[in-house]
Design a binder for this molecule. Structure first.
Ligand code: GAR
Length: 190
C-alpha cells in the first residue's frame, strides 16, 4: 500500500491502545494517520486522551438513535467526511453492524485480550482466570459480523499470574500495545 492510510479508532474505555497506536504513529513506527476517535461512551477516558493529542472525537450514544443502522449511519457520515479508510477497534464494546461492515469490507480490525477462539466476548481476562488457564494472550483480527470471529492477523501468548488479575491484565495490556502497533505497521507497509 502506498501513502499513509487515514484511520479512525473506536473505543469505549480508557483508550490505552488508542494512545499506544497514536504514539507509534507520531514516532514514525506506524505509517498511518489517525483522524478521528469514535466512542459510544461520551464519558470514556479515551475522549480526554484524544483531545490532549489534538484528534477529533465523535462521541454519540447509540441509545439516542432509533436503530443500530441509524447510529452507524451517523458514524459513517463522519467517517466519509474525513475520508477515513480503516477502522481500528480498540476496546470498542459493541458488535459492528451491516452499515459499517458494508462500507468497510476487510478494513475493520479489532484487538481482543485472549487467544481466540478461546474466551470471546466480554471480560476475556476474567473468563480465562475463571477457567484456570496458565497461558492466555492477545489476538488482532479482521472484523466480521460475529463476536470476535474474523480472520486472525496476529497472536501473542501471555502467562497468567496465578490468582492476580491486576498483574495479568498489566501484562496483557503491555503485549496488546506492542502487538497492535506491530500488526498495523506490517499491514500498512505491504
Ligand atoms: C483491551 O484489553 C481490549 O483488548 C479489550 O478492551 C480493552 C480496552 O483497553 N477489548 C475487548 O475486550 C473487545 N472484545 P483500552 O481502552 O485501555 O485500550
Amino acid at each position: 500500500m502506498t501513502g499513509t492510510p487515514k484511520f479512525a479508532v473506536f473505543a469505549s474505555g480508557s483508550g490505552s491502545n488508542f494512545q499506544a497506536i497514536h504514539d507509534a504513529v507520531k514516532a514514525g513506527k506506524v505509517p498511518g494517520q489517525a483522524v478521528l476517535v469514535v466512542t459510544d461512551k461520551p464519558d470514556a477516558f479515551v475522549v480526554e486522551r484524544a483531545k490532549k493529542v489534538g484528534i477529533k472525537t465523535l462521541a454519540i450514544k447509540p441509545s439516542s438513535f432509533s436503530s443500530k443502522q441509524a447510529y452507524e449511519q451517523a458514524v459513517l457520515d463522519k467517517l466519509s467526511e474525513l475520508k477515513v479508510e480503516w477502522i481500528i477497534l480498540a476496546g470498542y464494546m459493541r458488535l459492528i453492524g451491516d452499515v459499517l461492515l458494508g462500507a468497510y469490507p476487510n478494513r475493520i480490525i479489532n484487538i481482543h485480550p485472549s487467544l481466540l477462539p478461546s474466551f470471546p466476548g466480554k471480560d476475556a481476562i476474567g473468563q480465562a482466570m475463571e477457567h484456570g488457564v496458565k497461558v492466555t494472550g492477545v489476538t488482532v483480527h479482521y472484523v466480521d459480523a460475529g463476536m470476535d470471529t474474523g480472520p486472525i492477523l496476529a497472536q501473542a501468548a501471555v502467562e497468567v499470574v496465578s490468582g492476580n488479575r491486576e498483574k495479568t491484565e498489566e501484562r496483557i495490556h503491555a503485549v496488546e500495545h506492542e502487538l497492535y502497533t506491530k500488526t498495523l505497521q506490517q499491514l500498512w507497509s505491504r
